[in-house]
Ligand binder design. Structure first.
Ligand code: FCB
Length: 527
């Protein structure tokens, strides 16, 4: 696998949206994809970089008073302390301890050592005028084998963390599950095992009981499509199982778990508000043929709405070429009622867009046959999987980040306005947006990461435009507070607004972090 394909198969690639809208109504469609065709090198001036936002839009962008500027992180990526204070083994501990799974054989054993250094990191948030910190909890720290009594030391850790965040005048936002499953539950079949829904709800209830007097903002799952599809569908993430049916079962358990977790949180904490942290990407039909438009709609339903329509309406969106494969999911009577929990607000990430085309004529595999990845779909015309039969491309017209992802700021506007239209103008939080660039401290100790500043400036200008056009966006979380363990890429990608020297754990706020701190203080982007 080459570098770009490796990156793509590893993570952010995961979400996905389609601008056709799940209504599949022709008027909701954006213009079909128009490839940028430079005639000469001079076409790449700053204002002519494909996808770039004009400087004037950055100058004029304004955010409302009270807008929640934030940063995000995830337990496995920052905490370290993998076997301390009674924590059990997680699926990611097991995976990273297996040679050959992670670039450089890196692990999250120490990561940013945030378990011990959280006060230092919260001080950075405070210094940068942040108003929201999105962190996640490690299930194996709270329940070492995934069920049974809580490990008090784990609870104490998160209790201290929440207190410290609040003391800094920052809103704590807890993602309950950001991909690290107790290994003991993986050994019991992992997410395809329906029993996990009730174990997960118990975990949610325990968290809300112990933290819900102070913590009010909860998202049950980070990017549920990603960890179910990558873990059980195509075998890129732990436990590296494959099969479309297995993915369907895992995803259905997660949909049940989302509903049951929602109720458990609300039962334990009257102050709780429950939203989401889905991975999404706007999907543009490759041409304006009805087949490509319908394919892009299926992509949107599968990648962006598969856990959202289920929560809001108790039913699966139109993701499939044929009928919903209920039998393969192990869908049982009454599951609609379990899944249906209208969320209080919608949180989603945006990293990069997709171009989608129809692959019904080239999809050779049957429902239980082999199916491919987005990466494979790029080279030929094969479909990504048998039941959606779409061909997905990650375009490269815009500039690429060091992780090989195309920078396409308008995708932010398109996605936010599309979700606003489709879900009756809900309260939205951008739960992640960011980029990997590898800049490191110079001789003066500064990290001059201009490309990251430009990335956030452009995406935020597009977010401000969506707000101006009526979207009710109340928060934006930059990924990430600190450079951290980037899943299969180990420490070879750096998404932080703070540089971390992983040998010494020294933190250096990058120029982008300092810039973002000024943005947070002023609500505009030219600071
Ligand atoms: C997102 C993940 C997050 C991080 C960023 C770069 O998909 O939620 O953990 O890896 O990508």
């Amino acid at each position: 696998m080459d570098r770009r394909n490796f990156v793509k198969s590893s993570l952010v690639t995961a979400g996905g949206a389609i601008l056709a809208g799940h209504s599949r109504s022709a008027n909701a469609l954006p213009a079909p994809h128009q490839p940028f065709a430079p005639q000469s090198a001079s076409d790449y001036t700053p204002d002519h970089i494909p996808g770039a936002i004009p400087a004037s839009a950055i100058d004029s962008a304004r955010f409302p008073d009270g807008f929640l500027w934030g940063m995000a992180s995830a337990a496995y990526q920052v905490e370290g302390a993998w076997n301390i204070d009674g924590k059990g083994e997680s699926n990611w501990d097991r995976f990273t301890h297996t040679i050959g799974k992670i670039k450089g054989s890196d692990t999250g054993d120490v990561a940013c050592d945030q378990y011990h250094r959280f006060k230092e990191d919260i001080a950075i948030l405070k210094r940068l005028n942040q108003k929201s910190y999105r962190f996640s909890t490690s299930w194996a720290r709270i329940q070492p084998t995934g069920t049974g009594p809580v490990n008090q030391k784990g609870i104490d850790h998160y209790s201290r963390l929440v207190d410290a965040i609040l003391e800094a005048g920052i809103r704590p936002f807890c993602t309950i599950y950001h991909w690290d499953l107790p290994q003991a539950l993986e050994d019991r079949g992992g997410w395809p095992n329906r029993d996990l829904a009730s174990y997960y709800a118990d975990f949610c209830g325990a968290l809300a009981k112990h933290l819900g007097d102070r913590l009010t903002v909860w998202a049950p799952f980070n990017m549920p499509w990603t960890f179910t599809y990558y873990g059980y569908g195509i075998g890129v993430f732990p436990p590296q199982k494959t099969g479309f049916d297995r993915f369907l079962r895992a995803a259905h358990t997660v949909n049940l778990a989302q509903g049951m977790g929602f109720r458990a949180i609300k039962a334990a904490s009257s102050k709780a508000t429950v939203g989401s942290a889905y991975g999404m990407a706007p999907a543009y039909p490759k041409t304006n043929s009805p087949a490509d438009i319908a394919a892009a709609a299926r992509y949107h339903a599968m990648n962006n709405l598969y856990f959202l329509t289920t929560a809001m309406y108790g039913k699966y969106p139109d993701a499939f070429i044929g009928p919903v494969p209920y039998a393969a999911m192990d869908y049982r009577p009454g599951d609609d009622k379990i899944m249906k929990v209208p969320l209080d607000w919608l949180g989603f990430h945006y990293y990069t867009r997709r171009i989608v085309s129809d692959a019904t004529s080239t999809c050779v595999s049957g429902p239980s046959g082999h199916f491919g990845t987005e990466t494979e779909g790029e080279g030929g015309a094969s479909a990504r999987d048998p039941l959606t039969q779409i061909h997905v491309e990650m375009p490269t017209e815009g500039p690429l980040t060091d992780a090989g992802l195309e920078i396409w700021p308008t995708g932010m506007y398109d996605l936010v306005t599309q979700i606003s239209r489709e879900f009756h103008n809900p309260i939205i939080e951008i739960s992640e947006n960011g980029c990997s660039f590898l800049d490191s401290p110079d001789d003066t100790g500064h990290v001059p990461d201009q490309r990251r500043i430009r990335f956030h400036q452009q995406h935020l200008a597009e977010l401000a435009r969506a707000i101006r056009d009526g979207a009710r966006v109340r928060a934006y979380h930059a990924w990430s507070l600190v450079d951290n363990f980037e899943w299969a890429d180990g420490y070879t990608q750096r998404y932080g607004l703070t540089y971390v020297n992983f040998r010494t754990q020294k933190r250096t706020i990058k120029d982008s972090g300092l810039w973002y701190g000024r943005v947070a203080a002023s609500n505009h982007l030219r600071v």
